[in-house]
Write a protein that binds this ligand. Structure first.
Ligand code: CO
Length: 133
């Protein structure tokens, strides 16, 4: 079993501050980590729940994948992050199982993680992110 935890669920939002404020008001949730990931064109606010996160994600520029997602589908569930001990090993296992990687090799993610994305086609319509802490 390569999965060790549900690392995060990522929700695409138009207005990050508004989403953070809603989670604060509704759930009493505080942001554990907030980060702009320039390479992905996103700003993330992470709310810790046990050993997992809700990742509220907004676009920082028009050509960001999140901006395209919002334009096409509106706010909503964007991807699921599965925590693994070894991202490279998990990526190879996914390829071997017939999944289509978006990242051919692991790359840096937020929180100093190492990540790789798997295309939704072939994995039941859900964008998967493999996350190694
Ligand atoms: Co993610």
């Amino acid at each position: 079993m390569l999965l060790t935890e549900l690392d995060h669920i990522a929700i695409a939002v138009e207005d990050l501050d508004q989403a953070v404020e809603f989670y604060r008001t509704a759930f009493g949730a505080e942001v554990a980590h907030r980060e702009v990931v320039e390479s992905d064109g996103v700003e993330e606010a992470l709310i810790k729940v046990a050993d997992s996160y809700i990742q509220l994600t907004a676009a920082t520029r028009p050509d960001s994948p999140i901006a395209k997602f919002l334009a096409k589908r509106g706010p909503g569930l964007h991807h699921v992050g599965y925590r693994v001990d070894n991202c490279a090993e998990a990526l190879e296992a996914l390829k071997a199982a017939g999944a289509t990687p978006i990242d051919q090799t692991p790359r840096p993610g937020s929180r100093n993680t190492t990540v790789a994305f798997i295309h939704p086609k072939g994995v039941f319509g859900t964008l998967i992110e493999l996350v190694e802490e």
